[in-house]
Design a protein around this ligand. Structure first.
Ligand SMILES: [Zn+2]
Length: 356
């Protein structure tokens, strides 16, 4: 029995989505997953500028810390503010005291004239935007920051872009962080990525993945339900599995609880140990998180059978790298009221842009 844990790890986040909450309704009601991307996320990411990215990351990182999450693997896209975007996210996470592995998610869905490829046709060659995205990743990595090489998804990328991303990852000695077969639109990803994927890749979702691919799988049960893409059945894979939120906050205790109940809804033999082992696997990406000390307002933090059925557990204090980063449930280094006020200013700008 204990009231402490290591720092929790969110294995797949989109910090830029922190300002999406309350955004104007899309012009057309989405009828499938591709519609959701077209109508919501690809409009939102195109509207982002560097101030929005910074305060969105500040809000997301602060809320992560207040949930006991000290480490994030982020996946970022902002086609009209590519250069400097990873620095903005890094600065925000550093200010809060949350570790981050950043990446820019390259894609060929933006034509060189800036228009969006809206159908499901596959791009033939690498776009300028994808090349700029790879440049941003390279710059950030060479400045000494932790990064991966991000790819949106195989179905929005040419073979050129997939190959160049895999090659850059190899040059930098890091993995590729890519959405894989999230919806049926991307069911062909396994075949296209098979010859490229490596052990250090991070394969996100894998709901419709049939092939064996090398890499770690990031399972995001809440997002999968929200997008009605189906249940990924992560227990069927031999790969290591970690848990992410896909941008819906970073409350990993809550995500683990939902992961268990989604597993159980699919299989009466499922036990909480499986979901909590997926949560614990995140520390493979941030070994130093094991030295973080999160003290919670609950005393069975070492027992998945307690945690799966106890809602509303909160951290009281956190030390990371020997320094206090959370005190009485609030961030020690930044003022939560100021973060919320600045984030609201930026979300007001963002939503006005989307409504225009
Ligand atoms: Zn995602």
């Amino acid at each position: 029995m204990t009231d402490t844990t290591p720092g929790l790890v969110c294995g797949h986040h989109h910090l830029y989505s922190s300002l999406a909450r309350g955004m104007p309704a899309p012009p057309k009601r989405p009828g499938n997953f591709l519609d959701v991307l077209n109508q919501v996320w690809w409009r939102l990411d195109a509207a982002l500028d560097l101030d929005m990215i910074y305060w969105s990351a500040m809000l997301g990182a602060t809320e992560a810390l207040m949930s006991g999450t000290t480490c994030l693997i982020d996946h970022h896209e902002s086609p009209n503010a590519i250069e400097g975007s990873l620095d903005a996210i890094q600065r925000a996470c550093d200010a809060v005291g949350v570790r981050v592995i950043t990446t820019y998610g390259v894609t060929d869905r933006w034509r060189d004239d800036g228009s969006l490829v809206q159908d499901a046709s596959l791009p033939k060659k690498m776009s300028k935007a994808a090349a700029r995205g790879l440049g941003e990743i390279k710059r950030h990595a060479e400045a000494g920051y932790r990064t991966m090489v991000g790819v949106h998804a195989a179905f929005t990328c040419s073979d050129d872009t997939l190959q160049a991303s895999a090659a850059l990852a190899q040059d930098l000695g890091v993995g590729v962080h890519i959405h894989v077969s999230e919806g049926r639109e991307d069911a062909g990803a396994g075949t296209r990525l098979r010859a490229l994927a490596a052990d250090n890749w991070l394969l996100v979702h894998c709901v419709h993945l049939k092939e064996e691919l090398q890499g770690t799988i990031a399972h995001n049960p809440r997002s999968n339900m929200n997008n009605a893409v189906g249940y990924a059945q992560p227990a069927r894979f031999k790969n290591r599995v970690i848990l992410g939120t896909d941008g819906i906050g970073a409350d990993m205790m809550d995500e683990a609880r939902l992961s268990y109940v989604a597993h159980r809804a699919d299989d009466i033999h499922a036990t909480p140990e499986t979901s909590w082992s997926w949560l614990a696997n995140g520390s493979d990406f941030f070994p130093e998180s094991l030295n973080d000390r999160v003290t919670w307002n609950y005393d069975h933090m070492d027992d998945p059978w307690h945690l799966a059925f106890t809602t509303g557990i909160r951290p009281i204090s956190i030390t990371a790298d020997g320094a206090q980063v959370l005190t009485n449930g609030l961030p020690s280094r930044v003022d939560i009221k100021e973060v919320r006020a600045k984030a609201t200013e930026q979300s007001t700008r963002l939503h006005a842009k989307l409504a225009a």
